[in-house]
Ligand binder design. Structure first.
Ligand SMILES: C[S@@+](CC[C@H](N)C(=O)[O-])C[C@H]1O[C@@H](n2cnc3c(N)ncnc32)[C@H](O)[C@@H]1O
Length: 965
């Protein structure tokens, strides 16, 4: 049986956004413990739990019992109470249990507290008792707290037998595993095992999770590095434990072969048999003011923990500095090492003459005909180190050695030593360079070392401009080229495709940690990654790892799983994908600031040779010209082409989910137009905080990911925009009411931004149900150049929808009637407090809210408007200002003033008298004032800065209630 297109799926009616945000955050926080990150660097990988929920949410048919649907859906994801208990992998420590137990429980199970002794179980408490107590306490924890003790859903084998009973009863299925269920639901809906594709697959989250759920998965990406990562996700991680073991052995063999050679060369060992695990280099430049050669670093602290520093000692005879290394130094010396930085605010700070020279001046950059001409000499292919007359020299100033010590009992331990290089070390530097020179040409010819030029670009200009590096291998130190070239040579001998890909990705991981763009982090005392952020930032001091510190980087850290092996992936432009999918889940580079095509060339320069022999059908090129990027009309056109192609490759009852970063109404309107023009219609939208938990929003710049759910546009209906407006209003209200009805008071599922987003989605749902409006040409709108500040009709509809939502969602305690008597400024302020109470400090959120209420000037209501510290003024912070017109003359402002007076004098009488004498129509407004004051009194609970005023508001509300003429 094939279900008709009118049957809604779960995700079109609801989605557990709050719980999923928490699960996504947990997955992100696992860092390198995430399932796919071990394969190598890709930017913006989507959490696997999100993909899992999206696929199941599409296949799960909505019934007419939304509460039951929700309960069963959470069971499927093991996000219900039983599922969480099943995922519990850590015991709750007694000290954390203590606070959750009642007085009687403590007396029953624990030793009476005495002095400072830690709580302990009574001797009579059995294992079973403890287990039961764990369960009792676990049930009392909030969702976030429970997660601390749980594995991720992907780390257990799905719902319990009992849960399957409930799931099957509700869905009319007969499944015992997720792939089983997916097959049955797919057969019901599409007539076969569902096919899920992603034509912008990046690091492979979508195809990987789809295949793990038993779907036939397809993944493609224009970029071959992304395609390689996806291939590895599907075939290596998805290959099960046998493949993982095979790969581990192959990688170990390559590692050992290289290690033997490096040991034989003796380039990483010293006379005492110690082995280096990090070499620290700095640039050195001549101060143009005094002519001294100055070693450059933004700090001379090497290790915070070991209290290791570098000290510059003037060598007047040679007009240079000796660098001494000292460990275990005093706090004063640590501070001095920090302040002795020779690079401050992008300028050389000369410790000899105290003069500062901007880096741009040092490089010799200058203006020519209104453009900047860069001053540095451009390196040639054969340049492996700076030439003696180059502006920036590279100087080895510290080596960290690892001494292996055999204890008297035969066991072995190691000790680390930071040392300045001696004459032998400098000889070894020369030797490493010499060894590299002897091999350089032939290794380049054979593709073991990169030979590509760096094409200029937004990110790739930086190394050219700031160091004169013109080829990708210039980003690496000779030691790195020697070791990484040797790794590339060894791995190229791998005959087995899976082993070869695994070793190539191992090399990629070493490259990320092994370039001159990798800083030595003094806080952790380790060499960091090149891509700490999404750029190619050059450094004045950097760390170089050696073979022993590659030991763990080389490992892919695979947690094997079994997959549907009918999965396929290629490197292909989304415009040319020729594969049919029932479901497309994509996360296009939309309004995304990552220049994948440029950054990936860092890896591609090393991979291209082997990649071509492993995947002859893929072009080992980043195909910059075809990469989707930017936001102009050409970009919109390529997006339409991509999505038109995908819509053409899905059945009438198929789905698409497009993920993108939640931004403003303009981005929404643009994307809606693109998808509408591609023949798709919106059915729902949800936003998941993929990078941060709501409580941690302060200081975090990453916003939520929107999941836009789409179906094929099959209607021929048209309408005038004027006719659409009232429909939008009704749809927005209906959507919000449905969400409110589902709300869980104990663990709220939706926040303010979710309701706003739902308003966007409702507006788009109404719009895109039409083929196109009568009086509106989508194609023309998309190709039009936009003027700054121009608001398109679609943007206007979306903005109006938010306005409807803002008015519809009355804050707790207000009734519609009172709410309607307030001015837009007052409503903005009151709703803004609600945002703040939920931990929202992003300037954009307040901006959007103001837009929603049509409030233009709200800055005077804010206490701070810095990027992530935006909040409204408290009653006291308003002081005695603005009491004459606009917001100043409003009822709310008068209430705030009265609160301020009460806080100031400690007497409600002052506030009350003020309201009676100065405020307008006190007796008519008294009820409204009380409502406002009661609302303000709730602010102290979550916001410490409101505590005094909230208390005053509470007292004042009481005083007004008891007031009589
Ligand atoms: C936001 S990323 C996708 C990340 C992915 N969802 C993941 O979880 O790793 C967008 C991807 O689109 C790819 N891309 C850019 N232009 C493309 C095009 N014309 N065709 C196909 N892929 C393209 C980029 O290489 C990048 O990997």
């Amino acid at each position: 049986m094939i279900v008709s297109t009118s049957t809604k799926s779960f995700i079109e009616t609801q989605f557990p956004v709050s719980k999923l945000s928490k699960e996504s955050y947990k997955e992100r926080k696992a860092g390198s413990g995430q399932t796919l990150t071990g394969l190598g660097k890709w930017w913006g990988r989507k959490p696997l739990i999100l993909v899992r929920a999206a696929i199941l949410g599409l296949l799960f048919p909505a019934s007419d019992d939304p509460q039951k649907d929700r309960e069963i859906f959470l069971k499927l994801l093991t996000m219900d109470n039983e599922g969480l208990w099943r995922r519990k992998s850590k015991a709750i420590p007694l000290k954390d249990m203590y606070a959750r137990l009642t007085q009687e429980e403590c007396e029953q199970w624990l030793e009476p507290a005495s002095g400072s002794a830690k709580p302990a179980f009574k001797k009579t408490v059995t294992r079973q008792d403890r287990e039961a107590l764990q369960r009792t306490v676990f049930n009392r924890l909030s969702y976030d707290e429970k997660l601390v003790y749980c594995d991720r859903p992907e780390q257990i084998d799905g719902p319990s037998e009992a849960a399957w009973g409930d799931i099957n009863a509700h869905l009319g299925t007969d499944a015992q595993t997720l792939p089983d269920l997916v097959r049955q639901l797919g057969e019901r809906q599409f007539g076969h095992v569902p096919r899920v594709g992603d034509a912008f697959c990046g690091g492979g989250s979508v195809p990987f999770e789809a295949a793990r759920l038993g779907c036939e998965a397809y993944g493609s990406d224009l970029n071959p590095v992304a395609a390689l990562l996806t291939w590895a996700a599907l075939h290596i991680v998805g290959g099960g434990p046998e493949v993982a073991e095979q790969v581990r052995r192959a990688q170990q063999e390559v590692y050992e072969a290289v290690d033997r050679q490096v040991t034989a060369w003796g380039t990483e060992h010293n006379e005492q048999g110690w082995r280096a695990d990090a070499y620290l280099y700095c640039n050195e430049a001549t101060c143009p003011e005094c002519g001294w050669r100055v070693p450059l670093a933004p700090s001379w602290v090497i290790g915070e923990k070991t209290r290791c520093i570098a000290e510059l000692h003037p060598d007047a005879a040679n007009q240079r500095f000796d660098i001494h290394i000292a460990s275990g130094v005093s706090s004063q010396k640590m501070t001095a090492a920090k302040t002795a930085a020779t690079v401050k605010r992008s300028a050389l700070a000369c410790p000899h003459c105290d003069q500062s020279t901007p880096m741009a001046m040092l490089r010799g950059d200058r203006r020519v005909d209104g453009n900047t001409a860069y001053g540095l000499r451009l390196w040639e292919n054969d340049d492996l180190v700076p030439r003696p007359d180059d502006v920036f020299q590279e100087r080895l100033y510290c080596i960290r050695w690892v001494e292996t010590i055999e204890r008297s009992d035969g066991s072995v331990t190691t000790r680390r030593h930071y040392r300045a290089p001696d004459a032998h070390d400098l000889q070894r530097e020369d030797k490493a360079l010499q060894l590299l020179r002897e091999r350089f040409r032939s290794w380049q010819e054979q593709g073991y070392l990169p030979s590509r030029r760096i094409e200029p670009g937004y990110n790739t200009d930086q190394p050219i401009r700031e160091r004169g590096w013109t080829h990708w291998h210039h980003l690496f130190h000779p030691r790195q080229l020697l070791v990484q070239g040797l790794l590339a040579k060894e791995l190229s001998g791998q005959a087995d495709m899976i082993n070869a890909v695994a070793c190539l990705l191992g090399l990629g991981k070493c490259l990320d940690k092994g370039s001159k763009l990798a800083v030595f982090q003094s806080a952790y005392e380790k060499v960091a990654n090149t891509f700490l952020n999404q750029a190619l930032n050059t450094l004045t001091s950097f760390g170089v790892r050696t073979m022993i510190s590659y030991d763990t980087s080389w490992d892919l850290g695979i947690t094997p799983t079994y997959h549907n092996h009918k999965s396929l992936n290629i490197s292909e432009d989304a415009r040319h994908v020729n594969m049919k999918s029932d479901i497309w889940i994509t996360d296009p580079p939309y309004a995304d600031a990552v220049n994948y095509h440029e950054l990936s060339e860092f890896f591609l320069a090393w991979y291209e040779n082997l990649l071509q022999s492993l995947f002859p059908a893929w072009l080992a090129d980043s195909k910059r010209a075809l990469a989707i990027t930017g936001s102009d009309d050409a970009f919109r056109k390529s997006m339409v082409d991509c999505y038109l192609n995908l819509a053409n490759h899905m059945p009438v009852n198929g789905f698409q989910i497009v993920m993108f970063t939640h931004q403003n109404a303009r981005i929404w309107a643009d994307l809606a137009l693109i998808l509408w023009a591609a023949g798709l219609r919106v059915t729902a939208a949800w936003t998941i905080a993929t990078e941060t938990s709501p409580g941690l929003k302060v200081g975090n710049y990453v916003q939520g990911t929107v999941l836009l759910v789409l179906r094929k546009q099959i209607s021929d209906d048209t309408a005038f925009l004027d006719e659409i407006y009232p429909e939008v209003e009704l749809e927005v209200k209906a959507q919000l009411d449905a969400m409110l009805a589902l709300e869980d008071q104990e663990d709220p599922n939706f926040g303010d931004t979710d309701y706003q987003l739902a308003a966007y989605a409702a507006a788009l749902r109404v719009l895109t149900q039409y083929k196109q409006p009568e009086d509106y040409d989508i194609a023309h709108e998309l190709s039009k150049l936009r003027r700054r500040g121009e608001v398109t009709p679609i943007e206007q509809i979306i903005a109006d929808a938010v306005k409807v939502a803002c008015d519809h969602l009355v804050p707790l305690g207000f009734d519609q009637f009172v709410w309607k008597t307030l001015t837009p400024d007052e409503r903005f302020y009151l709703k803004g407090l609600d945002l703040e109470r939920h931990g929202e400090y992003r300037a954009g959120a307040y901006q959007e809210l103001a837009r929603g209420f049509g409030v233009k000037d709200y800055k005077s209501l804010l206490a701070g408007s810095k990027a992530n510290q935006t909040r409204l003024k408290t009653a006291s912070e308003f002081g005695a200002k603005i009491l004459d017109e606009g917001f100043g003359a409003s009822l709310l402002r008068h209430a705030l003033f009265a609160v301020r007076e009460t806080t100031r004098t400690g007497e409600t009488l002052d506030g009350k008298i003020w309201l009676r004498t100065e405020g307008t129509a006190y007796w008519q407004q008294r009820k409204n004032l009380i409502t406002i004051l009661r609302y303000l009194s709730a602010m102290g609970l979550m916001m410490p800065h409101w505590q005094n005023d909230a208390n005053s508001a509470r007292l004042l509300a009481g005083a007004l209630e008891n007031d009589s003429i």
